[in-house]
Design a protein around this ligand. Structure first.
Ligand code: ADP
Ligand code: MG
Length: 273
């Protein structure tokens, strides 16, 4: 017969913390004494005591998981719509962006293509959508088109292309930023095409580009490949037209104007009366 009694030499607190560790319940370990004291003070029964601990653990676990997904997504910075000024880009379909923040398009394996010149907030919106997806429990990966192609070429040379392709296929949301700035070699374009092809109707992809569709051949090289890629990408896609002035440029122009105005007020103030 096995002896299941608690060894009297070891304090139950030590054993408890060991069990919590093994069972991966860090919040239980941290909170059980404090919550226990509170429950004893308030005359709360055992079931409710346990319930409180379970709720705390669940909330904490969700937060830890979200933080892990955000880390794995490799966002260059974290941005949300809280800091996005829709008034600065009136052409952008705000109701559509807000709807997309709910993340149903990702469940439906649809795509988003954000198009517009430099500085209009394409990356900002892509980051906000990526962050929202992480918070909704979805795996996300953020990269630029150039970095992705570079990574694919490197993986191919090091004979680990299959593994990378699998990872790129399975992530729930793949964000490919800045397609259009750097042209690819024929091999690079083929490898990129394969990523889109594998993800087609399998998982959601978000692409941002400074180029209108009819100029994508200039970075992908081949007309045939561009047509095939666009065919897959645009089949179930939401297009975010982001035509407007560069936010950075507008902001710096505003700052300059303010400085000039302040200087002329200062000059007027300095005039002898
Ligand atoms: P793009 O990717 O289109 O080149 P970014 O998203 O990188 O543009 O935007 C450039 C900078 O301006 C970023 O710091 C971004 O946060 C900011 N920005 C752009 N548009 C807006 C906006 N409408 N409201 C607030 N910040 C914006
Ligand atoms: Mg950008």
């Amino acid at each position: 017969m096995t002896d299941t009694s608690i060894p009297t030499t070891i304090a139950p607190q030590v054993l408890l913390v060991n069990h919590f560790k093994t069972l991966k319940l860090p919040t239980f370990a941290r909170e059980y004494e404090k919550v226990g004291n509170e429950c004893a003070r308030d005359d709360v029964d055992y079931a409710r005591y346990l319930l409180r601990l379970c709720e705390l653990e669940s909330i904490d676990r969700e937060r830890r998981n979200t933080e892990r997904r955000i880390r794995l997504a490799k966002f260059p910075v974290t941005k949300s719509l809280d800091t996005f000024d829709f008034a600065a880009i009136p052409g952008l379909n705000k109701p559509l962006v807000l709807e997309l923040m709910r993340g149903e398009w990702i469940d439906k394996r649809e795509n988003i293509i954000a198009l517009g010149p430099s500085g209009v907030g394409k990356t900002h919106v892509a980051l906000a959508l990526g962050l929202a997806a992480c918070q909704k429990g979805m795996s996300v990966s953020f990269t630029t088109a150039a970095a992705l192609v570079h990574e694919l070429m490197e993986a191919r040379d090091e004979k680990r292309l299959r593994t990378l392709q699998k990872q790129l296929t399975n992530v729930k949301l793949l964000i490919i930023d800045e397609l259009g700035y750097v042209p690819f070699t024929a091999v690079g374009a083929e490898l990129l095409f394969e990523v889109f092809s594998r993800r087609y109707e399998h998982a959601a992809t978000l692409v941002t580009s400074n180029l209108p569709f009819d100029e994508w051949t200039s970075v992908l090289g081949s007309e045939r490949l561009t047509v095939a890629l666009l065919d897959r990408l645009t089949h179930h896609a939401h297009i975010l037209e982001m035509n407007g002035e560069s936010y950075r440029l507008t902001a710096s122009k505003k700052r300059q104007k303010q400085t000039v105005q302040t200087k002329s007020i200062e000059k007027e103030d300095a005039r002898p009366i």
